[in-house]
Design a protein around this ligand. Sequence first.
Ligand code: NDP
Length: 265
Amino acid sequence: MSKHLYAIFGNPVSHSKSPLMHNLSFQGLGFDGCYTRYLLEEGSTLKETFFNLGLKGINITVPHKEYAYHACDVLDPFSKKVGAVNTIVEREGKLYGYNTDAPGFLKAISEFKAIKTVLFLGAGGTAQSTSRILRDEGYEVTLLNRSENRLEKFKQDSFKTYTFENFTPKSYDLVINMTSAGLEDNSLPAPLEILEQVLPTAKACVDVIYGKETPFLTLCKSYNKPTKDGSDMLLYQGIIAFEYFTNNRYSFEEILPYMKKAFAI
Ligand code: NDP
């Protein structure tokens, strides 16, 4: 077997931990693979770029997950339902698409017990897939977003949705920052007055941003809430993608220690 090549496509992509996560796992498990990063500027060229580079599989990050969905010949049922693909594998000239963000996220929050009601702050691409997997698992998901536009799809899919203007605070077991607020600035994902009403009764708080403590998590900690950032989500989506890349040759538990090393470097 010749070496299999993999990559992450995104824009920007220089910050991504995925090459380190996958290369450490290839090396540790003795799989003849190599994973790199590729700055894809134009999403519509995703398919031809994939084949031109002679790749076996890719992960796709912001802002190309919808393009990735359209580039696939075969979609697994969940990615088809949510319209977003973050993992593609080539088999006999065809592109197979999967979404590993959502199951990765589900696993990441599974440590919080007795959670029924969840408030999403944000309604972007990540919220699309994660809200649906949570609902499939029996959670009640409400979405609160800064502006109206992105909420439309969720409304059509019978989610409860609010903007800051029409939100009437209730009690939610889990409050999650699904926005990019705090990623490159010090903003909160919702006005402080709203957060001050929902955080005191929350059982736990989660941020999908990783690698830093966001103002949202700092605020949650001031209420002595259990918190976690997006590192486990990133780790778990990577492991599930690796399972697809290697045709399930290795179990989740076998991959975990190698991929985890990337977070200690
Ligand atoms: P999108 O660009 O699709 O959506 C962005 C969302 O954030 C929108 O709801 C937007 O609201 C909201 N938003 C942005 N800035 C602010 C702000 N200052 N105040 C309030 N709301 C704001 O992004 P994604 O859904 O793809 O990504 C969201 C976050 O998830 C990012 O931080 C990303 O890094 C993280 N992520 C983490 C992963 C992990 O493995 N840990 C995996 C994937 C994503 P509006 O509609 O009003 O513009």
